[in-house]
Design a protein around this ligand. Structure first.
Ligand code: GLN
Length: 193
């Protein structure tokens, strides 16, 4: 049976993640309720606006269920999702689930050059696990990972900062792998389920 991958579908680019999951051979499931969350093997928190997502999580009474899920099951956060998973958020400080030992600074690339497409060179182990070659990365008003704890493995960097990291069954990208045709980052997440 194919794996069921939840995508938090409150706000942001969750549909692009659904397509990326389907391309990777798993079943995408939109998650808006605790019952839907209970039915999936892992969860993606998409990009969007983390402050808006926090308000909707509160409004939909999803904080407790999401926090419990994130402490037990694999979760993959992209951009705003990365912010929600980090231990500590700066600029300004805001609540987060704290399941991956990162300090992230929101909107840290500045206003003039806040969005770009670049080519990353992931570490060799990434290639061994999901296939070699450079990785196209779309950054949109991205956070910068200012600190990664000792338990965090950095899989790719941009400009000296970590941009793709994992800790156990949690995966975080400050860019948007769901916006390119390359499915390797999603495949890496599926391998954790
Ligand atoms: N700037 C957004 C935030 O701080 C994140 C942007 C994104 O997800 N593309 O939440």
């Amino acid at each position: 049976m194919s794996k069921r991958v939840g995508v938090l579908a409150l706000q942001g680019d969750f549909e692009a993640h659904e397509r990326a999951i389907a391309r990777s051979g798993a079943e995408p499931v939109q998650v808006r309720t605790a019952a839907e969350l209970a039915s999936v093997d892992g969860l993606i928190i998409p990009g969007g606006e983390s402050t808006t997502m926090l308000k909707l999580i509160d409004y939909m009474k999803l904080w407790e269920p999401l926090s419990t899920f994130a402490h037990q099951k694999p979760v993959f956060g992209t951009c705003a999702g990365a912010i929600l998973l980090a231990n500590e958020v700066l600029s300004p400080s805001q609540p987060s689930f704290g399941v991956i030992d990162l300090t992230v600074e929101r909107n840290a690339y500045g206003r003039q050059v806040d969005s770009r497409v670049v080519e990353l060179e992931p570490i060799a182990e990434f290639g061994e696990r999901v296939g070699e070659g450079p990785l196209e990365a779309v950054f949109i008003r991205a956070p910068i990972i200012r600190r990664a704890g000792p338990g965090v493995k950095v899989l790719a960097q941009y400009d000296g900062d970590p941009v793709l990291v994992e800790q156990g069954h949690h995966l975080v990208a400050t860019f948007h792998p769901e916006l390119t045709q390359d499915s390797r980052v999603h495949q890496l997440f599926l391998s954790k389920l």
